[in-house]
Design a protein around this ligand. Structure first.
Ligand SMILES: [Zn+2]
Length: 70
């Protein structure tokens, strides 16, 4: 199980009842409780942060059916 820092105990604790959650930004985190005092602990799992490429999507060109004008 994951370890987290309890702000109440001011110590590292093993997260109790830890559940893995995926945050909005796509990162994983463990959410659980301190086994000693029961305060909610949250540990963000380090690792790769792969933000979606912020490149503007190329707009599809409208079909240009050019009538052959002589
Ligand atoms: Zn605690």
């Amino acid at each position: 199980m994951a370890e987290g820092y309890c702000v109440k105990c001011k110590a590292k604790k093993e997260i109790a009842d830890g559940v893995e959650e995926v945050m909005k930004n796509g990162r994983k985190a463990i959410k659980g409780k301190c086994p000693t005092c029961g305060v909610v602990m949250f540990k963000i799992l380090g690792g790769k942060s792969t933000p979606p490429p912020a490149s503007p999507e190329p707009k599809p060109k409208p079909p240009s059916d050019k009538p052959s004008a002589d």
